[in-house]
Design a protein around this ligand. Structure first.
Ligand code: MG
Length: 382
């Protein structure tokens, strides 16, 4: 296998660049710099205490958004390297893809979106972009992390046409129905592969799923039989891990081979050909894709809607809703910094801006900070 980047990969020296010009680095290419900026951001560190499916304090062994993002990057890098596309860029996108998530996973995002309904809504994907473009304040000469176009393109996985119109050139592809580069396509699918598999692991460990019942999903059963034909006497943890690592390996191998064949047929000459070719070139075979979808549905019905997950989701919604409305009613409950920002940039009358500042604050909270704010405000006698 050649280590040279394919012609259709994203090449650092041909990047569309950053919004604010800054000096290059002697030792690192542009996408390495993007990855490093993501890793050093405070939004990245906060992922440690944000829920993926299980709330952080339910147990130390469960995935958090941070460990999820690292697993996505691991899978993404394997695929990128096998296809000779840009591993650094893939890693940067994978590590940044969930930065905009609220506390409490999807329940938190739904609750915040409902609170923001009259103020332009809330969407975690747009929020990830907002974090790297604006909210991280670390540099003297520009806002945000000032990432390259290609990393930002990958972070903005989906976007409505309405929202795309409000963005700079990063929104254009949604209006033209174009695809992002292969590195972004890889990050997207690595996300799905990672959570399908680690949610099985967490779900089994939490006792919310059961391996015998899971065999209803062909993709699980194939590897279950493979493992059982080799070893009959494994304990639960060994069996679980032997099955899951085979599942990841089988799906990733299938994805690499199928994508290679597809790229060979389309023969893109450069990254713009990839963007304009009208279809995703990173794909699983039809058979694997259909098994993967069935597993996703199984997890939706049996794990994400499990009563224990649901009751946590209810508590999450209540917490987000309470916090948002408390801050709207009484801005003096907010930090001095945000109060100052409201005075400077919005003024109490500009409700849209005030609501957005509050949404940014709530979205940035970790699960445990949101709970402690909830308690603090409930006991507040102001
Ligand atoms: Mg994710």
């Amino acid at each position: 296998m050649s280590n040279e980047l394919a012609i259709y990969a994203a090449h650092s020296e041909d990047s569309r660049g950053r919004v604010y010009k800054d000096d290059g680095s002697e030792y690192r290419n542009e996408y390495q710099r993007d990855r490093d900026r993501v890793i050093h951001s405070s939004a990245f560190r906060r992922l440690e205490y944000k829920t993926q499916v299980f709330v952080n304090h339910e147990g130390d062994m469960f995935r958090t958004r941070l460990t999820h993002s690292i697993e996505v990057a691991q899978i993404g890098r394997t695929i990128a390297r096998a296809l000779n596309v840009n591993e650094d860029l893939t890693e940067a996108i994978c590590l940044a893809h969930d930065l905009g998530h609220t506390p409490f996973g999807h329940a938190g995002q739904d609750a915040l979106n409902a609170c923001m309904q009259n103020f332009g809504g809330f969407e975690h994907n747009l929020q990830s972009l907002r974090i790297v473009d604006i909210l991280e304040q670390r540099y003297a000469i520009f806002p945000g992390l000032n990432l390259t176009f290609e990393t930002r393109e990958g972070i903005l996985k989906h976007c409505s046409k309405n929202n795309a119109l409000k963005l700079d050139d990063i929104g254009e592809r949604f209006l033209k129905n174009e695809k992002p580069g292969l590195e972004a396509q890889i990050a997207n699918i690595a996300d799905e592969i990672a959570y399908n598999n680690h949610d099985i692991d967490d779900g089994l460990r939490a006792g919310l799923l059961n391996i015998e019942a899971l065999r209803e999903c062909e993709i699980v059963n194939i590897q279950y039989e493979n493992v059982k034909s080799k070893w009959q006497e494994l304990d639960d943890s060994q069996l679980r891990h032997e099955i899951i690592r085979r599942m990841i390996n089988a799906v990733v191998s299938d994805l690499i081979e199928t994508s290679k064949a597809l790229i060979d047929t389309v023969k893109p000459d450069n990254i713009d050909d990839v963007r304009k070719c009208g279809k995703s070139l990173i794909r699983m075979s039809e058979k694997t894709e259909s098994m993967h979808k069935k597993l996703k549905k199984y997890l939706m019905d049996n794990l994400y809607r499990h009563e224990r997950v649901n009751s946590m989701a209810e508590k999450a919604k209540e917490t987000i809703d309470f916090l948002f409305n408390a801050y709207i009613d009484k801005p003096d409950l907010l930090t001095n910094e945000i109060q100052k920002e409201i005075k400077l940039n919005a003024g109490k009358e500009d409700k849209l801006k005030v609501a957005r500042l509050i949404a940014d604050y709530v979205a940035g909270m970790t699960d445990r900070f949101a709970f402690s704010e909830y308690e603090r405000i409930r006991n507040y006698k102001g």
